[in-house]
Write a new protein. Structure first.
Length: 59
């Protein structure tokens, strides 16, 4: 069974509230990034604080 996502099932979030937070791809990525790394990104192996997106992978 798939794990329930806290982002998909936010209590009390209507479509009207959802759109300004996640409306564009950039907004969605920024929100997901903040959700995954609330204190900022850190590499799990070396603790480096720089990141980049791999754009050559298909979704």
């Amino acid at each position: 069974m798939a794990k329930r996502s806290d982002i998909h099932f936010q209590s009390g979030v209507s479509s009207f509230d959802f759109q300004p937070q996640y409306g564009t791809e950039e907004q969605c990525l920024a929100r997901l990034f903040r959700h995954k790394w609330p204190k900022g990104y850190r590499c799990p192996k070396c603790s480096h604080d720089k990141n980049y997106f791999i754009r050559s992978r298909s979704l």
